[in-house]
Design a protein around this ligand. Structure first.
Ligand SMILES: [Zn+2]
Ligand SMILES: [Zn+2]
Length: 171
């Protein structure tokens, strides 16, 4: 999906969002500068900012030293582009819950959540996989059938695990 040019209303508080140009990623991000401080990312845009080496100076500048309206983060948000309810999803390992639109892939982050995601520790996949395998050994066998034990790198089990984990991650 291309950069959305239209002004949109904040899915959390209804204020008109302001487009902030990010010079590094060369895209506009919608930020609720007059309301709750939330940030709306079009499909995939968030990937450009969730790693700490990616610059979010312009974003931070636009929300710096400001008091924002308090919003109920547990409320269901409506995607301002598609008009459908967004789904709550964990963003990677950060423990931060964000709103995702399953139709257009847009993501909405409440104020400060971007910083929290970026500072989140990277998950240790190998450790997580060991726990996963111990817990779901039988199910893995059922789901993957004979393929489960095929010699491959990564093994079919591990591949299945990674696919599953990735579906929970932001990327
Ligand atoms: Zn807002
Ligand atoms: Zn949408």
């Amino acid at each position: 999906m291309t950069d959305n040019k239209n002004t949109i209303c904040c899915p959390a508080c209804g204020c008109e969002m302001k487009k902030i140009y990010n010079s590094e990623a060369k895209i506009n991000i919608d930020i609720c500068t007059e309301g709750c401080g939330g940030i709306f990312f079009d499909n995939r845009e968030l990937n450009k900012f969730d790693e700490t080496h990616e610059s979010i100076d312009e974003i931070l500048e636009s929300v710096k030293d400001r008091e924002f309206r308090k919003v109920d983060e547990s409320e269901t948000r409506i995607c301002p582009i598609c008009n459908v309810p967004m789904v709550k999803m964990g963003a990677g390992v950060s423990g931060v819950e964000i709103d995702v639109c399953n139709i257009c892939g847009a993501k909405f982050l409440d104020n400060k959540e971007l910083q929290e995601i970026r500072s989140g520790e990277k998950v240790d996949l190998t450790k997580a996989y060991a726990v996963f395998e111990a817990l779901y050994e039988e199910n893995l066998q059922n789901v993957l059938g004979d393929n489960a034990n095929k010699p491959a790198s990564p093994s079919p089990r591990r591949q299945f695990f990674e696919d599953m984990v990735c579906s929970f991650l932001v990327k």
